[in-house]
Design a binder for this molecule. Structure first.
Ligand code: ARG
Length: 468
């Protein structure tokens, strides 16, 4: 044995070993460095476990009270940053049990009765998700609120901008319509997170290492104490299931993709070429070399970090795919991607919210783009359709007008005025704001269709806020 051992006999599982663990083993297998943030959840789960042990008579009242008090002391030590880790603490679970035993003495040695770190960690991670994913969800709804507030504000002036397909001017749309489109995507994200939260609300505590216990434990009691909606039905599934982590990572990856698309738009909108929006100084960054620069770094990182969120999901799925039942140490690899995705998307939501709520929309530039002649082309064709012409033919007639305008350098409106099939009536559609006002079909981008859409959106927001 050439390597130094971490203190001999110190690990909780050390009974069957003669030698202490090698430093290299501890350095490679420890999870304390990233799972210590689970301390509130591990303590909460441990208290529920002790409560159950007392209720079924596996722990006396005196011992149980003693251990519960020790758990409170440990919680206080964590909260006040005075908890001291020891080199033998592999993970947060062993650290807490070790400390409880130091404080409570012999009764501390009873805390792990009928419990394994396998059901313990699954419980702690689920508890963590219940709390943190609910926060992510509420941040999604805050961003929706901001977008809707900015949409309402834009509606007061009926701000319009060019709508795009292929990043080419297509048809004019209200700014509110554009902003609300993102609200709908984000509401789907919130709904997916709510579904996920509902499905993960199952307590795995009492599954033991894999097969339950020979002791008369009652998992429903601890599940109730922790506020889980239900208790596991199958112990093997309880300790090996990480579907909930995969679901969260997918929900966040897709949310991240939505934020990335919003980010990309803001990068475009704040460029000199578009000039549709100006960021508040507090939400923009400068260049160390180019004094004139004002960069949309929040928007860029919302775009860039989406790759990482997708990576966290694919990494987890790849880790899970080869695992036989039940617990395997590979599962320890669930936590870093989970924590990272939750942390990252939460910061993205807060930063984008600040950026969007404080930015200024450059209404003149948007309006100028929206009122460009080319954006009326489809309405001209539809004007002909209303007068009986088949759409395909109308498309060709207007296409010819566009071609002639480009070739001759004449304004389309002039060509339309003198056009035998179009004329002065049709030319009125070039007046500012007319094209956007003409988008009146249900769900369309014009002012007449807007109030009903806003109503539907507000109802969906209210419903999302009610659920959970
Ligand atoms: N740190 C481990 C994890 O995160 C805890 C469970 C370890 N269980 C075991 N039997 N080694 O998965």
């Amino acid at each position: 044995m050439s390597e130094k051992n971490v203190s001999e006999g110190a690990a909780l599982w050390h009974g069957r070993f003669e030698e202490g663990p090698a430093e290299a083993l501890m350095a490679y297998t420890e999870s304390l460095s990233f799972d210590k943030r689970l301390w509130p959840d591990d303590i909460f789960g441990s208290k529920a476990h002790v409560t159950m042990l007392m209720a079924v008579g596996l722990m006396s009242k005196v011992d149980g009270d003693n251990v519960l008090a020790a758990l409170d002391t440990v919680a206080h030590e964590f909260a006040s940053n005075s908890f001291v880790f020891e080199p033998s603490d592999e993970d947060i679970h062993t650290a807490i049990e070790r400390r409880v035993t130091q404080i409570a003495g012999e009764p501390g040695g009873r805390i792990h009765t009928g419990r394994s770190r396998n059901d313990q960690v699954a419980t702690a991670v689920r508890l963590w998700c219940k709390r943190e994913v609910a926060v992510v969800r509420s941040k999604v709804l805050e961003l929706v609120d901001t977008l809707e507030a900015r949409a309402t504000e834009a509606d007061a002036q009926q701000v319009r901008l060019p709508g795009y397909t292929h990043v080419q001017h297509a048809q004019p749309v209200l700014l509110s319509h554009h902003l609300r489109a993102h609200c709908w995507a984000l509401l789907r994200d919130a709904s997916r997170l709510a579904d996920t939260l509902q499905r993960l609300d199952v307590s795995p505590l009492g599954a033991g290492a894999l097969a339950g216990s020979s002791l008369p434990i009652t998992p429903d009691i601890s599940a109730n104490a922790m506020g889980f909606a239900t208790t596991f039905a199958n112990s093997l599934d309880a300790v090996s299931d990480r579907d909930f982590v995969a679901e969260i990572l997918f929900d966040i990856a897709l949310l991240g993709v939505h934020l990335s698309r919003i980010g990309e738009e803001w990068v475009l909108w704040t460029s000199a070429e578009f000039g549709f929006a100006t960021l508040n100084d507090a939400y923009a960054t400068g260049s160390s070399m180019l004094p004139q620069k004002k960069n949309a770094d929040i928007a860029e990182l919302a775009r860039g970090k989406a790759g990482r969120l997708i990576g966290n999901l694919t990494g987890l799925l790849a880790m899970l795919k080869g695992l036989p039942l039940a617990y395997n140490r590979d599962l320890q690899e669930d936590k870093e991607p989970l924590f990272d995705s939750v942390d990252q998307v939460r910061r993205a939501l807060v930063a984008l919210n600040g950026m969007i709520s404080t930015a200024t929309f450059n209404v003149d530039n948007m309006t100028k783009g929206a009122d460009a002649e080319a954006l009326v082309a489809t309405d001209l064709a539809e004007w002909l359709v209303q007068r009986g012409m088949p759409f395909r033919e109308a498309h060709a007639v207007v296409g010819k007008v566009v071609r002639d305008a480009l070739a001759s350098g004449t304004q389309m409106v002039e060509l339309v005025k003198s056009h035998p099939q179009l004329g002065a009536d049709a030319a009125q559609m070039f007046a500012p704001g007319v094209a956007v006002a003409n988008r009146r079909s249900p769900g369309a981008a014009g002012p007449e269709a807007a109030p009903l859409q806003q109503q539907r959106l507000l109802a969906a927001i209210a419903e999302a806020k009610e659920a959970l």
